[in-house]
Ligand binder design. Structure first.
Ligand SMILES: Cc1cc2nc3c(=O)[nH]c(=O)nc-3n(C[C@H](O)[C@H](O)[C@H](O)COP(=O)(O)OP(=O)(O)OC[C@H]3O[C@@H](n4cnc5c(N)ncnc54)[C@H](O)[C@@H]3O)c2cc1C
Length: 321
């Protein structure tokens, strides 16, 4: 794809990079180049980019903090829009917290705590943007984003904004309607409850302590690779199937938490995919259970790639949800 024309770049306030390695934007530290990589600084920027992509028939990929993504080493065609810190304004209005989608969850939880608003502390330690967290319905400690979301403002690929209520979002375990819409999440309103900041802090510190004990936080990863099957923990099944420590290239099933695959050096996307395939096979052989991916696999294809994408479903055309 050619560079963006000057008539577009001159109107964009955010950062524009060409052939930007996406490994710089994923917590797995894996991912090839994006033709055009943009971190918008305003909704106007997003609208301009969507218009450009539509007029030039370019694919659009939206990412947040890249903490649930396996991006192909072959990279991504078209325009990658990263909703990051430049769109991360957070404000409190009475008992509501209103955050732009790029705000990091760590910052949002700290602001809620300082304002004496409770209910979000379950999410401390999830290295997400709040837009990604709502899209994934991220959860931990017995709660999930669905419990606190009031409304979500999205911009569809025709650059029209819509305010969706929680009831519109079809939240489920690590899923929401947002994963099936061709739309960019731009703002989220959370409904929180007054609570003693010291109590919020106590709970948050306990959740963080548990994470440090149970998760390999010193190595690049994307958190849990597989969803937990009903009534089961994927990590337990993987461990019992004997897959802990299994390695393909520099991709390794963590010894500390079997549902994490860590990048022990220069892991390639294909290493991770092969390892995912082996773990799945071992669990299927031992328990007859087919593990479903929690991480999202994106990027330019190879054969294994296509297979992994088929296991996670794909987006229908805009409006056909
Ligand atoms: C160490 C570690 C611990 C983790 N712990 C947990 C945990 O406890 N619970 C949990 O649920 N997850 C956990 N995760 C996984 C991950 O943090 C979550 O899935 C998170 O919600 C992803 O947010 P993100 O901003 O990084 O989104 P990304 O990974 O960038 O994107 C995830 C999906 O959301 C879409 N998306 C992102 N932003 C937008 C937007 N603004 N508009 C439209 N679509 C968007 C992307 O297209 C993609 O499909 C963990 C990950 C790591 C590395």
């Amino acid at each position: 794809m050619s560079y963006l024309p000057q008539r577009v770049t001159s109107r964009i306030e955010g950062k524009i990079l060409y052939n930007e390695p996406l490994r710089n934007h994923t917590t797995w530290r894996i991912g090839g180049p994006a033709d055009v990589f943009i971190e918008p600084a305003s909704r106007k920027d997003i609208a301009l980019l969507l218009e450009f992509a539509r007029e030039n028939n370019q694919p659009v990929t939206v990412i947040g903090n890249g903490s649930n993504l396996l991006v192909s080493d072959n990279g991504l065609k078209g325009v990658v829009i990263k909703i990051g810190d430049a769109l991360g304004h957070v404000r409190i209005v009475e008992e509501k917290l209103i955050a732009e989608a790029g705000a990091k969850l760590g910052r949002v939880t700290a602001i809620a705590q300082a304002a004496g608003l409770g209910g979000l502390e379950f999410a401390v330690g999830i290295p997400a943007s709040i837009g990604g967290a709502v899209t994934m319905n991220a959860g931990a400690n017995g709660a999930a984003m669905a419990d606190v979301v009031d409304t979500v403002t999205v911009m569809d690929y025709q650059a029209r904004e819509h305010v969706l209520s929680a009831a519109d979002l079809d939240f489920g375990y690590r899923t929401s309607r947002l994963q099936r819409l061709e739309a960019v999440v731009v703002e989220i309103e959370l409904r929180l409850a007054p609570c003693d900041p010291l109590e919020i802090r106590r709970r948050s510190e306990e959740y963080l302590r548990r994470r440090r004990v149970t998760q390999p936080l010193d190595s690049p990863s994307a958190g849990s690779v597989f969803k937990n099957p009903p009534g089961e923990a994927a990590g337990r099944l993987i461990e019992l199937a004997g897959a802990k420590g299994l390695r393909v290239g520099d991709a390794v099933v963590s010894e500390k938490h079997a549902n994490f695959i860590i990048n022990a050096g220069k892991a390639k996307s294909e290493d991770v995919l092969l390892l995912i395939g082996r773990v799945r096979e071992m669990v299927r052989d031992k328990f007859g259970i087919e593990l479903e991916l929690e991480v999202k696999v994106i990027g330019n294809s190879g054969a294994g790639w296509l297979d992994a994408i088929c296991h996670q479903g794909s987006k229908p055309l805009a409006g056909s949800d």
